[in-house]
Design a protein around this ligand. Sequence first.
Ligand code: SF4
Length: 427
Amino acid sequence: MKILLIMPHTNVKRSFFSKFSYPSLTLQQIAAITPREHAVEIVDERYETVNFNKNYDLIGISCLTYNSLRGYEISDVFRKQGVKVVFGGYHASLLPEEAKQHADSVVMGEAELTWPQLLKDLENGKLKPFYKADKLVEPELIPPARHDIGIYTYMEAIQASRGCPTGCEFCAMQKVEGPRFRGRLVDHIINEMKTIKSKVIFFADASLTISPSYSKSLFREMSSLNKKLHCFGNINVLSRDDELLRISSEAGVYKWYMGVESISQENINQAGKRTNKVENYEKAIKKIRDHGMNVVGFFMFGFDNDTPDTFRETLKAMYEWDLDEVSFSIVTPYPGTRLFERLEKEGRITSYDWSRYAEGTVNFKPKKMTEKELFEGIREVAAEFYSVKNCLKRSFNPRNRGPIKSIMTFGGNLTMRSFYKREKLQI
Ligand code: SF4
């Protein structure tokens, strides 16, 4: 069969900086579990355009909530032409009945145990409406993603593990990947990394600090690959493990992404991120940076204890903590999360238009500020943090040790600035 796998995207505004992101790993993973007798193409709409005039036997669409409506739009066009369409990904897994209205079949959860059977069923004219594995896939059965198809970008993604034991209120990961940490075999990951042409690799894991011993054994094998690595990790776990800091730095980790979330411990406790302790943040960030690695803090605004003053206070903390980059989001009640259930019960969800669920728009009534204050507050913080002057000041600060690292930090800042200006917040 000729199979096209699509990652939809809305309001595509491609720019020079688009190439500094990474192409959809999910599509490369689905391509990897597709038997080689089928011809597979992938289109990530952030970089490429779907050709509706080409002949395909099957379209597979993977989407999150924000791009689900675009996915349905694409699906409706292909289905009118008589082409079969299958949906998968987080949104379809959590709202399968909704996705089914636009698809011939829906894959719920991880696809490794169901996709090959779906293809056989389709060839035999016996496609089922839903496919859901009765267990999570064992990590040694996850094959290397197909990095040989799709476009070339500055950075590519890989996944070392699945699952997250934390289960934050606002995150749907546990519902799809489960609470059990499942690390792939180290040699499988190293071999996959060798197939990646990009110098920079992003680890699309919940966190590479859930099992420090696993991560250490993985990082030890990586140093000879000479790659620059970006990983998610927990700020408190990382900062108290000197060995992990040293080994990760030697492995080539250049950026740690940290889900800092909020400067209020009350907010963090309510979100159920019990691993985070705000009082330790400043010291922890300094320690990670002292090992020569950059820290990117992920913040959300709109938690129940946030007030109009939170924006300025958070900005002040971002400067004091000396963060190299920051990611900003508005708290978003994604379907399938405990946050969605709670806010729905409290009658606080104001929009079910999924195209607004890209974390730059307010879709609920905040508790201690107005929707307008939240909408404007985050834009002001992003505009100030990513003003050209501040990007320069942060990047060319002597603490960045040398011109190469300063230039790389500046590049990272400009990419983030462009993302917020262009797409997420339109600052
Ligand atoms: S936000 Fe991070 S730590 Fe929390 S459940 Fe999701 S992946 Fe796990």
